[in-house]
Design a protein around this ligand. Structure first.
Ligand code: PNS
Length: 185
């Protein structure tokens, strides 16, 4: 189910003639945990908007993973970090990705692949989504080389231990990490 919050309402409205359910629009969903958004994610978002009319960045509502940031905080952070990128919308979803895609009129899933090690997990998800909805296509995109080793998990670990992650996350995310984990640089 789509949860549209605060800022996002404005962004959906600002899209004006871009009707969310226009069948002629190429809509892709970029789903993930984004706990937190990294520069690697941002790079994929930028690349994705060059291919699709609407790129819906969708944060999974899965508090079971004990996230550092709540879903609302992650949606807000991603919205603020992408506010100048045309064609991006940010929301959260629960349940099956393919159901969310149907609600949104999306047939494409965008996922970033950094290294071969990502492939097995991504292959399973892509094929499962195809099993659930044969019309769902997954497109794997490569981030810029300088982000191929960057993950949210490592960013949190390095920051917690006092390492410098300023080059790896957007400034707003760094600010939020500093507020949430007072130990980092
Ligand atoms: O950033 P992540 O944690 O690797 O993202 C995983 C995500 C959110 C893409 C995946 O867990 C997902 O799509 N979950 C929704 C539930 C679902 O549809 N599962 C079956 C297909 S894999």
């Amino acid at each position: 189910m789509l949860r549209v919050e605060g800022e996002i309402v404005k962004r959906l409205t600002r899209s004006g003639s871009r009707n969310c359910y226009d069948p002629n629009m190429h809509v892709a969903v970029y789903p993930g945990s984004f706990d937190p958004l990294t520069n690697g994610h941002l790079d994929i978002i930028r690349r994705g908007t060059r291919l699709f009319d609407r790129l819906l960045v969708a944060v999974l509502e899965n508090e079971g993973k004990s996230p550092l940031f709540s879903v609302a905080e992650r949606v807000d952070l991603i919205s603020r970090c992408t506010k100048d990128i045309p064609g991006v919308e940010v929301c959260s979803f629960s349940g099956l990705l393919v159901d969310f895609m149907r609600e949104q009129g999306a047939t494409v899933v965008v996922r970033g692949i950094r290294a071969v090690s990502d492939y097995e997990y991504e292959l399973q998800m892509a094929l499962m989504n195809r099993e659930l909805n044969p019309a769902a296509e997954t497109i794997f995109m490569l981030p810029a080389v300088e982000y191929t080793y960057v993950s949210s998990r490592l960013v949190k670990e390095v920051f917690r231990l006092g390492g410098d992650v300023a080059r790896l996350v957007p400034p707003l995310v760094l600010e939020s990490l500093r507020a949430r984990l007072p130990v980092g640089v």
